[in-house]
Design a protein around this ligand. Sequence first.
Ligand SMILES: [Zn+2]
Length: 366
Amino acid sequence: MRAAAQDAFSADYAQARARFVTSAAEAGLLVESKAHPQAGLQGEELAMDVARDGHPGASRLLIVSSACHGVEGFCGSGVQVAALRDPEWRAYAAAKNVAVLYIHALNPYGFSHIRRTTHENVDLNRNFHDFSQPLPVNAGYRELHSLLVPPEWPPSAANAQAIGAYVAERGEKAYQAAVSGGQYEFADGLFYGGRAPTWSNLTLREVLRTHGRRAGRIGWIDIHTGLGPSGHGERIFAGRNDADALVRARQWWGGQDGKGITSIYDGSSSSALLTGLMFTCAYDECPQAEYTGMALEYGTVPVLQTLHALRGEQWLNAHPDAPPALAAQIRKEVRDTFYVDTDAWREQILTQAREALIQAVDGLAA
Ligand SMILES: [Zn+2]
């Protein structure tokens, strides 16, 4: 994952998928493809692709996944391709008897269509609930919904003013929490968690049952973008609110003082407190394993800009007949919000990812 590996990042989903499949094949790995029921933005085939580097019966398994949030896959796919092309990294994991499972495009639909959500309009990282139980209520979102997804785009001056007034009055953190905290009421809204498991949810569980049931210890790095300072990879603890798991994650990834990892449970993360998170399926599907995970969340642009771009995208999703130039502009804005297309940014991404991967292997092997 040296600087020379910068062509690991792709310009669209189809290219990203081809690079992943080719890099895995060149590394001598089989790729297992889970075909998605819908087509991509250019009509291409969509799939969740899985490559395992290491023994099928390995007791230590590191999962590296991309595109939980579709469009965020521009970053995560690059990390995976660079890792597959990095013989030193691969030898390091092999020498410590850690198998590495690369899951490319958890949400291939969103990656291809430049959406954060799945084809069900669901935020995959809010979709892991026991749907037989009552779902969380997000009163803050309910209050904002009609403003967030207005009838026209760009929004009217009155709409912009109302959103501005909300942020000025309640603060940016409260706005972010209300919008991004997840909601189960408005199927056509933002950060909708769904009312049933999505295709990606069910398919990921199948992958975990196949690959995770023989492991005594599982580590998981799930790559995201869109929160925090540009190029900085925030390491957000992704596990139950359990002291032992947090201590372990701090030992692996927290640095000397353990503060290098943040948590949504104590307010130290740039992410709001969330429920329905994807990592919970590691506990469900691999109950035999000691699980330790994090979301590696890379910063791109300020959060208000991110939320604005997502509002436009939500409008576009409800208006498929929008003028092509406006549609293209909205998609470009969304992509630029979740992926900074510069060599300097990509280099920061790969350097920090490689460190986190090595630390995970050390942690698993300890
Ligand atoms: Zn994300």
